[in-house]
Design a protein around this ligand. Structure first.
Ligand code: ZN
Length: 384
Protein backbone atom coordinates (compact mmCIF):
# COMPACT_ATOMS: atom_id res chain seq x y z
CA UNK A 1 0.00 0.00 0.00
CA UNK A 2 1.06 3.61 -0.58
CA UNK A 3 0.87 6.46 1.90
CA UNK A 4 0.60 10.21 1.26
CA UNK A 5 3.12 11.97 3.49
CA UNK A 6 2.07 15.53 4.37
CA UNK A 7 5.55 16.48 5.58
CA UNK A 8 7.01 16.03 2.07
CA UNK A 9 3.90 16.24 -0.12
CA UNK A 10 5.00 12.94 -1.68
CA UNK A 11 3.65 9.42 -1.85
CA UNK A 12 5.77 6.78 -0.23
CA UNK A 13 5.53 3.02 -0.09
CA UNK A 14 5.21 1.66 3.37
CA UNK A 15 4.01 -0.98 5.72
CA UNK A 16 0.24 -0.82 6.03
CA UNK A 17 -0.08 1.15 9.28
CA UNK A 18 -3.64 -0.02 9.91
CA UNK A 19 -5.73 -3.18 9.69
CA UNK A 20 -8.43 -3.15 7.04
CA UNK A 21 -11.98 -3.93 8.25
CA UNK A 22 -12.34 -6.85 5.84
CA UNK A 23 -10.37 -8.94 3.39
CA UNK A 24 -10.43 -7.20 0.05
CA UNK A 25 -10.01 -8.27 -3.55
CA UNK A 26 -8.60 -4.93 -4.75
CA UNK A 27 -5.04 -4.81 -5.91
CA UNK A 28 -3.22 -3.44 -2.83
CA UNK A 29 -1.08 -1.34 -5.17
CA UNK A 30 -4.12 0.68 -6.21
CA UNK A 31 -4.82 1.62 -2.55
CA UNK A 32 -3.49 4.75 -0.91
CA UNK A 33 -3.87 6.04 2.64
CA UNK A 34 -4.01 9.83 3.03
CA UNK A 35 -4.84 12.34 5.75
CA UNK A 36 -8.49 13.47 5.54
CA UNK A 37 -9.29 16.28 3.09
CA UNK A 38 -9.93 19.89 4.08
CA UNK A 39 -12.69 21.90 2.36
CA UNK A 40 -12.50 25.67 2.76
CA UNK A 41 -15.89 26.23 1.15
CA UNK A 42 -18.94 24.25 2.30
CA UNK A 43 -22.59 25.27 2.55
CA UNK A 44 -25.05 23.85 5.07
CA UNK A 45 -28.75 24.72 4.83
CA UNK A 46 -30.61 23.62 8.02
CA UNK A 47 -34.41 24.11 8.17
CA UNK A 48 -35.35 20.64 6.83
CA UNK A 49 -32.64 20.75 4.20
CA UNK A 50 -28.99 19.70 4.59
CA UNK A 51 -28.12 19.60 8.31
CA UNK A 52 -24.89 18.80 10.12
CA UNK A 53 -25.71 15.07 10.26
CA UNK A 54 -26.31 14.63 6.54
CA UNK A 55 -23.44 16.99 5.73
CA UNK A 56 -21.05 15.01 7.98
CA UNK A 57 -21.96 11.78 6.20
CA UNK A 58 -21.66 13.36 2.76
CA UNK A 59 -18.31 14.97 3.60
CA UNK A 60 -16.80 11.78 5.04
CA UNK A 61 -18.06 9.70 2.10
CA UNK A 62 -16.12 12.16 -0.06
CA UNK A 63 -12.98 11.92 2.11
CA UNK A 64 -13.37 15.29 3.88
CA UNK A 65 -12.67 15.54 7.62
CA UNK A 66 -12.62 19.35 7.89
CA UNK A 67 -15.23 21.72 6.44
CA UNK A 68 -15.31 25.51 6.61
CA UNK A 69 -18.98 26.55 6.69
CA UNK A 70 -20.00 29.72 4.87
CA UNK A 71 -22.29 32.21 6.62
CA UNK A 72 -25.24 32.37 4.19
CA UNK A 73 -27.44 30.14 6.33
CA UNK A 74 -30.95 31.15 7.34
CA UNK A 75 -30.58 33.16 9.51
CA UNK A 76 -27.03 34.11 8.46
CA UNK A 77 -24.10 33.56 10.82
CA UNK A 78 -23.76 37.21 11.75
CA UNK A 79 -24.30 37.37 15.50
CA UNK A 80 -23.28 35.41 18.57
CA UNK A 81 -26.60 33.59 19.03
CA UNK A 82 -26.61 32.15 15.52
CA UNK A 83 -22.93 31.22 15.82
CA UNK A 84 -23.55 29.45 19.15
CA UNK A 85 -26.40 27.51 17.57
CA UNK A 86 -24.19 26.35 14.67
CA UNK A 87 -21.32 25.40 16.97
CA UNK A 88 -23.76 23.42 19.13
CA UNK A 89 -25.39 21.64 16.16
CA UNK A 90 -22.04 20.77 14.57
CA UNK A 91 -20.11 19.56 17.60
CA UNK A 92 -19.27 15.90 18.26
CA UNK A 93 -19.44 14.98 14.58
CA UNK A 94 -16.78 12.96 12.82
CA UNK A 95 -16.13 16.04 10.65
CA UNK A 96 -14.33 19.01 12.23
CA UNK A 97 -16.46 22.03 11.36
CA UNK A 98 -15.08 25.54 11.33
CA UNK A 99 -17.38 28.51 10.78
CA UNK A 100 -17.01 31.80 9.00
CA UNK A 101 -18.77 34.93 10.19
CA UNK A 102 -20.56 37.34 7.86
CA UNK A 103 -18.36 40.35 7.15
CA UNK A 104 -21.53 42.46 7.28
CA UNK A 105 -22.92 41.34 10.64
CA UNK A 106 -22.72 42.44 14.26
CA UNK A 107 -19.51 40.63 15.21
CA UNK A 108 -16.55 42.97 14.78
CA UNK A 109 -13.69 41.25 16.56
CA UNK A 110 -13.26 37.49 16.14
CA UNK A 111 -10.69 37.37 18.94
CA UNK A 112 -13.30 38.49 21.44
CA UNK A 113 -15.47 35.42 20.92
CA UNK A 114 -13.46 33.62 23.63
CA UNK A 115 -14.83 30.06 23.74
CA UNK A 116 -15.53 30.11 20.03
CA UNK A 117 -12.26 31.36 18.54
CA UNK A 118 -11.16 27.78 17.85
CA UNK A 119 -14.34 27.22 15.84
CA UNK A 120 -13.86 30.18 13.53
CA UNK A 121 -11.89 30.41 10.29
CA UNK A 122 -12.44 34.12 9.52
CA UNK A 123 -14.94 36.55 8.01
CA UNK A 124 -16.72 35.71 4.77
CA UNK A 125 -18.78 37.52 2.15
CA UNK A 126 -20.04 34.28 0.59
CA UNK A 127 -23.68 34.07 -0.41
CA UNK A 128 -24.43 37.65 0.58
CA UNK A 129 -25.30 40.44 -1.86
CA UNK A 130 -23.13 43.38 -0.98
CA UNK A 131 -22.18 46.73 -2.46
CA UNK A 132 -19.09 48.95 -2.23
CA UNK A 133 -20.55 51.00 0.68
CA UNK A 134 -21.25 47.73 2.59
CA UNK A 135 -17.62 46.68 2.12
CA UNK A 136 -16.23 50.03 3.23
CA UNK A 137 -18.47 50.08 6.30
CA UNK A 138 -17.54 46.50 7.24
CA UNK A 139 -13.79 46.95 6.82
CA UNK A 140 -13.86 50.22 8.76
CA UNK A 141 -15.69 48.63 11.73
CA UNK A 142 -14.05 45.23 11.96
CA UNK A 143 -10.77 44.00 13.39
CA UNK A 144 -8.40 42.45 10.89
CA UNK A 145 -8.76 38.69 10.23
CA UNK A 146 -8.67 36.31 7.29
CA UNK A 147 -11.41 37.24 4.81
CA UNK A 148 -13.02 34.61 2.56
CA UNK A 149 -14.26 36.60 -0.40
CA UNK A 150 -16.93 35.60 -2.87
CA UNK A 151 -15.77 38.29 -5.29
CA UNK A 152 -18.68 39.54 -7.37
CA UNK A 153 -20.13 42.87 -8.45
CA UNK A 154 -23.69 41.98 -7.57
CA UNK A 155 -25.14 44.96 -9.45
CA UNK A 156 -23.81 43.54 -12.73
CA UNK A 157 -26.53 41.25 -14.14
CA UNK A 158 -26.24 37.84 -15.79
CA UNK A 159 -26.47 34.17 -14.80
CA UNK A 160 -23.81 33.07 -17.32
CA UNK A 161 -20.80 34.70 -18.91
CA UNK A 162 -21.25 36.62 -22.16
CA UNK A 163 -20.84 34.48 -25.33
CA UNK A 164 -22.28 31.26 -23.91
CA UNK A 165 -25.49 30.07 -25.62
CA UNK A 166 -27.36 29.85 -22.31
CA UNK A 167 -30.21 32.15 -21.22
CA UNK A 168 -29.33 35.46 -19.54
CA UNK A 169 -25.67 35.09 -20.62
CA UNK A 170 -24.81 38.75 -20.13
CA UNK A 171 -22.36 38.68 -17.21
CA UNK A 172 -19.11 40.41 -18.15
CA UNK A 173 -15.86 38.47 -17.66
CA UNK A 174 -14.30 41.43 -15.88
CA UNK A 175 -16.93 41.29 -13.10
CA UNK A 176 -15.00 38.93 -10.85
CA UNK A 177 -11.56 40.51 -11.35
CA UNK A 178 -12.88 44.00 -10.54
CA UNK A 179 -14.55 42.64 -7.41
CA UNK A 180 -11.31 40.97 -6.26
CA UNK A 181 -9.49 44.26 -6.75
CA UNK A 182 -12.20 46.13 -4.84
CA UNK A 183 -12.15 43.78 -1.85
CA UNK A 184 -8.40 43.54 -1.45
CA UNK A 185 -7.55 47.21 -2.00
CA UNK A 186 -10.42 48.40 0.21
CA UNK A 187 -9.51 45.93 2.95
CA UNK A 188 -5.87 46.99 2.83
CA UNK A 189 -6.84 50.60 3.51
CA UNK A 190 -8.36 49.47 6.81
CA UNK A 191 -5.53 47.19 7.92
CA UNK A 192 -6.77 43.86 6.57
CA UNK A 193 -4.00 41.90 4.87
CA UNK A 194 -5.11 38.24 4.53
CA UNK A 195 -7.58 37.47 1.78
CA UNK A 196 -8.75 34.12 0.44
CA UNK A 197 -10.47 34.52 -2.92
CA UNK A 198 -13.16 31.89 -3.39
CA UNK A 199 -13.88 29.94 -6.58
CA UNK A 200 -11.85 31.89 -9.14
CA UNK A 201 -13.34 31.38 -12.58
CA UNK A 202 -11.48 33.58 -15.09
CA UNK A 203 -7.95 34.30 -16.30
CA UNK A 204 -8.40 38.00 -15.49
CA UNK A 205 -8.99 37.05 -11.86
CA UNK A 206 -5.71 35.15 -11.78
CA UNK A 207 -3.80 38.11 -13.24
CA UNK A 208 -5.43 40.37 -10.65
CA UNK A 209 -4.47 38.04 -7.81
CA UNK A 210 -0.87 37.86 -9.00
CA UNK A 211 -0.71 41.67 -9.01
CA UNK A 212 -2.32 41.96 -5.54
CA UNK A 213 0.12 39.43 -4.07
CA UNK A 214 2.74 42.19 -4.22
CA UNK A 215 0.66 44.11 -1.68
CA UNK A 216 -1.08 41.58 0.58
CA UNK A 217 -1.28 37.89 1.44
CA UNK A 218 -3.78 36.66 -1.13
CA UNK A 219 -4.62 32.98 -1.53
CA UNK A 220 -7.26 31.51 -3.82
CA UNK A 221 -9.15 28.32 -4.54
CA UNK A 222 -10.72 26.63 -7.51
CA UNK A 223 -13.76 24.32 -7.57
CA UNK A 224 -14.29 20.93 -9.27
CA UNK A 225 -16.80 22.35 -11.77
CA UNK A 226 -14.61 25.21 -12.96
CA UNK A 227 -11.77 22.86 -13.90
CA UNK A 228 -14.07 20.16 -15.34
CA UNK A 229 -16.72 21.80 -17.53
CA UNK A 230 -16.61 23.99 -20.61
CA UNK A 231 -19.53 26.43 -21.08
CA UNK A 232 -20.87 24.45 -24.08
CA UNK A 233 -21.29 21.33 -21.90
CA UNK A 234 -23.73 23.02 -19.51
CA UNK A 235 -27.18 21.61 -20.27
CA UNK A 236 -29.21 21.29 -17.06
CA UNK A 237 -30.13 23.50 -14.09
CA UNK A 238 -27.91 21.54 -11.66
CA UNK A 239 -25.00 22.96 -13.65
CA UNK A 240 -26.15 26.53 -13.01
CA UNK A 241 -23.48 27.62 -10.57
CA UNK A 242 -22.19 30.97 -9.39
CA UNK A 243 -19.72 32.13 -10.69
CA UNK A 244 -20.65 30.52 -14.00
CA UNK A 245 -18.42 28.14 -15.94
CA UNK A 246 -16.11 30.25 -18.11
CA UNK A 247 -14.15 29.69 -21.31
CA UNK A 248 -10.93 29.73 -19.25
CA UNK A 249 -11.01 26.15 -17.98
CA UNK A 250 -7.60 25.23 -19.40
CA UNK A 251 -6.03 28.37 -17.94
CA UNK A 252 -7.39 27.46 -14.49
CA UNK A 253 -6.04 23.92 -14.82
CA UNK A 254 -2.59 25.27 -15.74
CA UNK A 255 -2.70 27.75 -12.88
CA UNK A 256 -3.21 24.86 -10.45
CA UNK A 257 -0.22 23.05 -11.96
CA UNK A 258 1.92 26.18 -11.64
CA UNK A 259 0.84 26.81 -8.03
CA UNK A 260 -0.83 30.15 -8.84
CA UNK A 261 -4.08 28.73 -7.46
CA UNK A 262 -3.45 27.84 -3.81
CA UNK A 263 -5.81 24.91 -3.27
CA UNK A 264 -8.96 22.98 -4.15
CA UNK A 265 -12.34 23.55 -2.49
CA UNK A 266 -15.82 22.13 -3.20
CA UNK A 267 -18.42 24.94 -2.93
CA UNK A 268 -20.77 22.07 -1.99
CA UNK A 269 -24.20 23.74 -2.28
CA UNK A 270 -27.11 21.37 -1.60
CA UNK A 271 -30.60 22.39 -2.78
CA UNK A 272 -34.02 20.75 -2.92
CA UNK A 273 -34.94 19.73 -6.47
CA UNK A 274 -34.36 22.66 -8.84
CA UNK A 275 -37.03 23.89 -11.28
CA UNK A 276 -36.51 22.63 -14.83
CA UNK A 277 -35.78 25.98 -16.44
CA UNK A 278 -32.46 27.75 -16.03
CA UNK A 279 -33.90 31.16 -15.31
CA UNK A 280 -35.80 30.11 -12.19
CA UNK A 281 -33.18 27.67 -10.90
CA UNK A 282 -31.02 28.79 -7.95
CA UNK A 283 -27.22 28.58 -8.20
CA UNK A 284 -25.28 25.63 -6.79
CA UNK A 285 -24.31 21.98 -7.04
CA UNK A 286 -24.16 19.27 -4.35
CA UNK A 287 -20.95 17.34 -4.93
CA UNK A 288 -18.75 17.01 -1.85
CA UNK A 289 -19.10 13.20 -2.25
CA UNK A 290 -17.47 13.16 -5.69
CA UNK A 291 -15.18 16.24 -5.69
CA UNK A 292 -12.01 14.18 -5.12
CA UNK A 293 -12.80 11.93 -8.10
CA UNK A 294 -13.50 14.93 -10.34
CA UNK A 295 -10.15 16.48 -9.44
CA UNK A 296 -8.33 13.19 -10.05
CA UNK A 297 -10.02 12.81 -13.43
CA UNK A 298 -9.01 16.33 -14.47
CA UNK A 299 -5.41 16.31 -13.20
CA UNK A 300 -4.48 12.60 -13.37
CA UNK A 301 -1.81 13.34 -10.76
CA UNK A 302 -2.60 11.90 -7.34
CA UNK A 303 0.17 13.77 -5.49
CA UNK A 304 -0.99 17.10 -6.88
CA UNK A 305 -4.62 16.33 -5.97
CA UNK A 306 -3.82 15.25 -2.41
CA UNK A 307 -1.56 18.25 -1.80
CA UNK A 308 -4.35 20.58 -2.91
CA UNK A 309 -6.86 18.85 -0.64
CA UNK A 310 -4.70 18.65 2.50
CA UNK A 311 -1.45 20.62 2.88
CA UNK A 312 -2.50 23.65 0.85
CA UNK A 313 -5.92 24.40 2.41
CA UNK A 314 -4.37 23.89 5.87
CA UNK A 315 -1.78 26.52 5.00
CA UNK A 316 -4.58 28.99 4.17
CA UNK A 317 -6.10 28.38 7.60
CA UNK A 318 -2.67 28.64 9.22
CA UNK A 319 -3.42 25.46 11.17
CA UNK A 320 -1.85 22.02 11.30
CA UNK A 321 -3.78 18.75 11.03
CA UNK A 322 -3.08 18.15 14.73
CA UNK A 323 -4.32 21.60 15.74
CA UNK A 324 -7.67 20.64 14.20
CA UNK A 325 -7.80 17.58 16.46
CA UNK A 326 -6.75 15.09 13.76
CA UNK A 327 -3.89 12.62 13.71
CA UNK A 328 -2.55 10.42 10.92
CA UNK A 329 -3.12 7.45 10.46
CA UNK A 330 -5.86 7.41 13.12
CA UNK A 331 -7.77 9.93 11.02
CA UNK A 332 -7.35 8.97 7.40
CA UNK A 333 -8.99 8.26 4.08
CA UNK A 334 -8.29 5.09 2.11
CA UNK A 335 -8.48 5.69 -1.62
CA UNK A 336 -8.85 3.14 -4.38
CA UNK A 337 -7.16 4.96 -7.23
CA UNK A 338 -8.26 2.56 -9.94
CA UNK A 339 -11.96 2.14 -9.00
CA UNK A 340 -14.35 3.54 -11.61
CA UNK A 341 -17.96 4.56 -11.07
CA UNK A 342 -20.85 6.56 -12.50
CA UNK A 343 -22.16 9.42 -10.33
CA UNK A 344 -25.70 8.69 -9.09
CA UNK A 345 -26.74 11.69 -7.03
CA UNK A 346 -30.02 10.07 -5.90
CA UNK A 347 -27.80 7.79 -3.76
CA UNK A 348 -25.94 10.65 -2.07
CA UNK A 349 -25.86 10.90 1.74
CA UNK A 350 -26.35 14.64 1.21
CA UNK A 351 -29.95 15.83 1.11
CA UNK A 352 -28.94 17.80 -1.99
CA UNK A 353 -29.30 15.61 -5.10
CA UNK A 354 -28.60 18.61 -7.36
CA UNK A 355 -25.25 17.42 -8.65
CA UNK A 356 -23.64 18.98 -11.72
CA UNK A 357 -21.70 15.74 -12.31
CA UNK A 358 -24.66 13.35 -12.16
CA UNK A 359 -24.28 10.61 -14.78
CA UNK A 360 -20.58 11.30 -15.41
CA UNK A 361 -18.10 8.46 -15.24
CA UNK A 362 -15.23 9.07 -12.79
CA UNK A 363 -12.16 7.20 -11.68
CA UNK A 364 -10.62 7.07 -8.19
CA UNK A 365 -12.88 6.53 -5.20
CA UNK A 366 -12.98 6.83 -1.43
CA UNK A 367 -13.04 3.25 -0.07
CA UNK A 368 -12.75 3.80 3.69
CA UNK A 369 -12.60 6.47 6.41
CA UNK A 370 -10.92 6.18 9.80
CA UNK A 371 -11.71 8.49 12.71
CA UNK A 372 -9.97 8.24 16.08
CA UNK A 373 -8.34 4.97 15.05
CA UNK A 374 -11.59 3.26 14.01
CA UNK A 375 -13.07 2.60 10.57
CA UNK A 376 -16.33 4.57 10.40
CA UNK A 377 -17.01 4.21 6.66
CA UNK A 378 -16.28 1.32 4.35
CA UNK A 379 -17.19 0.63 0.74
CA UNK A 380 -20.21 2.94 0.56
CA UNK A 381 -21.61 2.34 4.04
CA UNK A 382 -21.23 3.83 7.50
CA UNK A 383 -20.19 1.25 10.10
CA UNK A 384 -22.06 1.17 13.40
ZN1 ZN B 1 -20.20 29.38 -1.91
Amino acid sequence: MRIFDMSTGRIKRGQVPVDLPEKIDQDLDSLLLSPLFVDLHTHVRLNDQEDYDTLSHAALAGGFGVCVIQPNTRPPIENLDVLKNHVELSKDKDVHFLHTISLFGEINDLNELEDYTNNIAGFSTDGIRYTSPDLIKAFSEKKSALVFDHSQLHEVPGDFYIDSKLPNAVRTYSNEAIAIFRTVLTGLEFGFNRFHIQHVSTSQSLETIEYLRKKAKVTCEVTPHHVFFRPEEINNPNQKINPPISKDRDILVNAVRKGIITCFATDHAPHPEKPADFERAPYGSSHIEVAFSVYLKVFEDIELVLKNLTINPLSVLGKSYEELGLKFPNDAVLIDEKAEYTVESNKFFSKGKNCAFNGYRLKGKVLGIRRNGRWVFWNGEFLR
